[in-house]
Design a protein around this ligand. Structure first.
Ligand code: NAP
Length: 298
């Protein structure tokens, strides 16, 4: 992240707990006292409490402010981006991280609208609203997963996301949503487990925006990418895994993502890609995961 302004601004969505909160803690520890980290989430109490706790950590150097941002309110996303442009001239770091918590015993189809709104509709709004206000040398990262490579999808669906524009990704996501509502999703090849198409669509959306602005961003040292944190021990992920021995703490998982924020310049090999532990994953890699009794085996 280039130090182009005296004061830098970072923003993380879904940041009152889990990985998002660890990202805020890491940003606040590594940015300067003049900088501002916005810890955002959907509950006023939860963001206020979390921002207060992070502010009091001994390692915290930057100012940390809680800000209500329910990412299902896309107008609020637009307003916040516009506010930061008008008030501060733009933003330096945006990390789109929020996710809906699903439990293994729940019907995925019944939670699909909320899940898609939080992970996909919101990501599209963040890319569209914050892309234009990202300062030179900035970072726009979407937390996806290794489930986000194209090979994870049924071959019949891959053309929807391969080389797609942002409009086309939005269209594909709404087709998927419609198929869930019409109960035709499975016959069309969409998996029961929402996280796979959702993460593929997030990665595709980032690829689409990155393709539009690659040359300009690389010249300015700006990085737009999706990121895979690996397995992280959080309240959302814990019910899905029987063996947690390999899971990272949120702080451990945040470290590799924060390295992308604080390494100067933008590596052309990483730009626009899905990055895991500092390396780009091949977009075409992966096979559709096997779904067994609601538990997914990647
Ligand atoms: N954990 C893993 O093993 C793992 C692996 C790969 C990728 N990831 C990705 O990492 C990211 C973070 O996951 P996590 O495990 O840290 O989840 P988490 O601990 O459950 O945190 C999710 C956050 O999203 C917030 N959120 C939910 N709905 C929201 C809304 N409408 N508006 C704003 N914020 C909202 C939650 O707020 P509330 O507190 O109000 O619910 C919470 O702060 C996700 O994108 C996830 O897919 C995680």
């Amino acid at each position: 992240m280039a130090c182009v302004n005296a004061s830098r601004i970072a923003l993380v969505t879904g940041a009152n707990q889990g990985l998002g909160r660890a990202l805020v803690e890491g940003l606040a520890a590594r940015m300067s006292p003049d900088d501002l980290v916005l810890l955002t989430g959907r509950s006023h109490r939860r963001v206020t409490d979390a921002a207060g706790e992070v502010s009091r950590l001994p390692a915290t150097r930057a100012r940390v402010e809680g800000r209500v941002l329910d990412v299902t309110d896309t107008d609020a996303i637009t307003r916040l981006a516009e506010h930061l442009r008008a008030r501060h001239g733009g933003v330096d770091v945006v990390i789109s991280n929020a996710v809906t918590r699903l439990r293994p015993e729940e019907s995925q189809a019944e939670r699909a609208d909320e899940f898609i709104d939080v992970s996909n509709t919101a990501t599209h709004a963040i890319l569209r609203s914050f892309g234009p206000v990202l300062r030179p040398g900035g970072r726009l990262l979407v937390v996806a997963s290794s489930l986000g490579t194209l090979g994870r999808l049924d071959p019949r669906l891959r053309h929807l996301f391969d080389g797609a524009s942002l409009d086309q990704v939005e269209y594909a996501v709404e087709s998927w949503r419609g198929a869930i509502h019409n109960r035709t999703a499975q016959e069309a090849g969409w998996p029961v487990w929402l996280n796979v198409p959702s993460k593929v669509a997030q990665v595709a959306a980032v690829r689409a925006l990155a393709a539009e602005r690659r040359a300009r961003d690389l010249a300015a040292g700006t990085l737009i990418a999706s990121v895979c944190p690996g397995m992280v021990d959080t309240a959302t992920s814990r019910p899905w895994f029987s063996d947690y021995s390999q899971a990272q703490s949120p702080a451990q998982a945040a470290a590799a993502l924060l390295d992308l924020v604080f390494t100067e310049g933008a590596d052309p090999a990483l730009y626009g890609e899905l990055i895991r532990f500092g390396k780009a994953l091949d977009w075409y890699d992966g096979t559709p995961p096997v779904e067994q009794d609601g538990i997914l085996t990647p």
